[in-house]
Design a protein around this ligand. Structure first.
Ligand code: NAD
Length: 494
C-alpha cells in the first residue's frame, strides 16, 4: 500500500475565502482502515455557519449570480466536471483514506460525481416554463426560478458523490449553496471547494463548512435566511431537520434510510442472484442506504441458496481500501463498528441463525482499522430487529418466503420505502412484484446500478422528494405564474 501523504490542515470555504473556524477549533480526521491521522479540518459552530449563510444570502440577493445566464451556469458545471476527472485518481484515493471503502468503488464515486456535474451542466439550459392563452385576451405563463439559499447536509458514506448530487442541480437552477459534509468525511468536499475556486464562481455562491450536526448542522437547518434545506442522512436526523426547518417553513428534500428487500424467486438465474445478493448487501461495507439488507428467498431454493452465499463470501476480500484486490474496506468509525456489532448480538439473542461472519477479522493488517467480517443471519423473521432496523453495515438478514403474495407482504412490512430488488426469469412476475412494492428505486435481475438521469429517493419514511434526473432540478426551482391582460378595458367590477 502506498505511503500516506503528510497530514494536511484544511480551511473552510466561505464567501470565496479560505477561513478557519471563529473559535479556532479543529477536528482530527483519521483513516478508518488503519487509524492514521490524515487531516485537520475546522470545527465550525453556529456563528461560522451564520456567516456562510449571510454570504450566500448576499450572493443570491445582490451578487452577479442571479444575472448569470443558464448557458454560463452550465459552463461552470462542465468545468467542475472536467477538473474532477483530471484529479480523479487523487480524489478517489483521498475518499478511500477518509471513508474506508475499496479504491474501485471510490473511483466509481468520483466518476459519478463528475458525470453528475456534467448532466446538470447540460440541463441548466433546458429549464422551461409553460404558457396558456385562455381565457381570451389574456396570456398566462409559468417561469421557473431558483429557490434561493440552499442549506445542504450530507452523510459520510459517499462524501464526494453526495456533494455533487446536492450542488450540481442547485447551481444549474441558479441557487446558492451552503454545504455541510459529515464531520467524519469532510475532505473531498473541501477539495471540491478548491476545484470550485479554480473555475471562478462568484463569491458566496458555494460555501462549504465543516462541523458537527449539533451546532453547525442545526444552525443550517433552522436559520431563517435559508430558503431550502436538502438533507441526506438518517431518518431520526431527518425528523429533527423537519422540525428545525419549520421555523421559516423552508422547502425541504429528505433522502433517508432504508431496510431494503431483495427478493429471489426459485426460477431466478441462480448464480446471478447469488452475486446480486452479495453485492446488494456488502458493496461499500453495507454502508449504503439502498443496500439489499433483507434477502427474501423462496423456500424451495432457500437451503441451496444460503449454502451458495456462504461458499462465495470468502471472495469478499477484506482489507484497507487501497490494498489491491480488496472488495470490502473498513467501517467508518470505531463507534459505528460497535453499533453494528451490537446488532449482531441482538440478532443472536433474537434467535436468528448466524451462518457466517459476525466477528472482527484476525491479523495484523486489521488491528488498527474498523473491520468486520461480512455477516449473514439466516432464519430471520420480519418481527426481529435485525429484520426491521437499518444496521448500515455488512450484515445480511435472510427471510424465507413461500409465495409471491407473502414476499410482497414481507417486503412492504417496513417503515422504509427506499429500494427493492427482484430476481426471477418470469418478467411478468418480476414487474408485478415491483409494482406492488412501495419503494422509490427498484431493480429486476440486478441490484444497485442507478443513473444520474433517473430520480433517486424513497417512499414512506425513506424521504421526501427526489434527487437526480429531471425531478432533481425541480426540487431546486420555484414556480411563478405571470398573468398578462391584453384588454385595457376596466373590469367594471365596482
Ligand atoms: P446522520 O443523520 O447521522 O448525519 C447526516 C448529516 O447530518 C451529517 O452531516 C451530520 O453532521 C448532520 N446532522 C446530524 N444531526 C443533525 C442535526 N440535528 N441537524 C442538522 N444536521 C445534523 O447520518 P449518517 O450517519 O451520516 O449517514 C447514515 C444515514 O444516511 C443512513 O441512515 C443512510 O441510510 C442515510 N443515507 C441515505 C441516502 C439516501 O439517498 N436516501 C444516502 C446516503 C445515506
Amino acid at each position: 500500500m502506498a505511503k500516506l501523504n503528510p497530514i494536511k490542515s484544511y480551511q473552510m470555504w466561505i464567501n470565496g475565502k479560505w477561513v478557519a473556524a471563529l473559535s479556532g477549533a479543529t477536528r482530527e480526521i483519521t483513516d478508518p482502515g488503519n487509524g492514521d491521522l490524515i487531516a485537520r479540518v475546522p470545527e465550525a459552530g453556529p456563528k461560522d455557519v451564520a456567516l456562510a449563510i449571510d454570504a450566500a444570502r448576499q450572493a443570491f440577493d445582490a451578487g452577479p449570480w442571479r444575472k448569470t445566464s443558464a448557458l454560463d451556469r452550465g459552463k461552470y458545471l462542465f468545468k467542475i466536471a472536467d477538473a474532477i476527472r483530471r484529479e480523479g485518481q487523487f480524489l478517489a484515493e483521498l475518499e478511500v483514506r477518509n471513508c474506508g471503502k475499496p479504491l474501485a468503488e471510490a473511483e466509481f464515486d468520483v466518476a459519478d460525481a463528475a458525470n453528475c456535474f456534467e448532466f446538470y451542466g447540460g440541463l441548466a439550459t433546458k429549464i422551461h416554463g409553460e404558457t396558456m392563452s385562455v381565457p381570451a385576451n389574456s396570456i398566462s405563463y409559468v417561469v421557473r426560478e431558483p429557490v434561493g439559499v440552499c442549506g445542504q447536509i450530507i452523510p459520510w458514506n459517499y462524501p464526494l458523490m453526495m456533494a455533487a448530487w446536492k450542488l450540481a442541480p442547485a447551481l444549474a437552477a441558479g441557487n446558492v449553496c451552503v454545504l455541510k459534509p459529515s464531520e467524519l468525511t469532510p475532505i473531498t468536499a473541501l477539495e471540491l471547494a478548491r476545484i470550485i475556486e479554480t473555475v471562478g464562481l462568484p463569491p458566496g455562491v458555494v460555501n462549504i463548512i465543516t462541523g458537527p450536526g449539533a451546532g453547525a448542522g442545526e444552525e443550517l437547518a433552522s436559520n431563517p435566511k435559508v430558503d431550502k434545506i436538502a438533507f441526506t442522512g438518517g431518518t431520526v436526523t431527518g425528523r429533527k431537520i423537519m422540525v428545525a426547518a419549520s421555523s421559516n417553513l423552508k422547502k425541504i428534500s429528505l433522502e433517508l434510510g432504508g431496510k431494503n428487500p431483495n427478493i429471489v424467486f426459485a426460477d431466478a438465474d441462480f448464480e446471478a442472484a447469488v452475486d446480486g445478493a452479495l453485492f446488494g448487501a456488502f458493496a461499500n461495507q453495507g454502508e449504503v442506504c439502498s443496500a439489499g439488507s433483507r434477502l427474501l428467498i423462496e423456500k424451495s431454493i432457500h437451503a441451496d441458496f444460503v449454502a451458495a452465499l456462504i461458499k462465495k463470501v470468502p471472495r469478499v476480500k477484506l482489507g484497507h481500501g487501497l490494498t489491491p484486490g480488496v472488495k470490502m474496506g473498513a467501517l467508518i468509525s470505531a463507534d459505528h463498528l460497535k453499533k453494528v456489532e451490537n446488532y449482531i448480538k441482538i440478532g443472536i439473542s433474537e434467535g436468528a441463525k448466524l451462518v457466517c461472519g459476525g466477528r472482527r477479522p484476525m491479523g495484523a493488517e486489521f488491528e488498527k482499522g474498523n473491520f468486520l467480517e461480512p455477516t449473514i443471519f439466516d432464519h430471520v423473521t420480519p418481527q426481529m430487529r435485525v429484520g426491521r432496523e437499518e444496521i448500515f453495515g455488512p450484515v445480511l438478514s435472510i427471510i424465507p418466503f413461500e409465495s409471491e403474495s407473502q414476499a410482497i407482504q414481507i417486503a412492504n412490512d417496513t417503515e422504509y420505502g427506499l429500494a427493492a430488488g427482484v430476481w426471477t426469469k418470469n418478467v411478468n412476475r418480476g414487474l408485478r412484484v415491483i409494482h406492488s412494492i412501495r419503494a422509490g428505486i427498484t431493480w429486476l435481475n440486478t441490484y444497485h446500478p442507478t443513473f444520474n438521469e433517473m430520480p433517486w429517493g424513497g417512499y414512506k419514511q425513506s424521504g421526501i422528494g427526489r434527487e437526480l434526473g429531471l425531478h432533481g432540478i425541480e426540487a431546486y426551482l420555484e414556480i411563478k405564474q405571470v398573468n398578462i391582460n391584453l384588454d385595457e378595458t376596466p373590469i367594471g367590477w365596482y
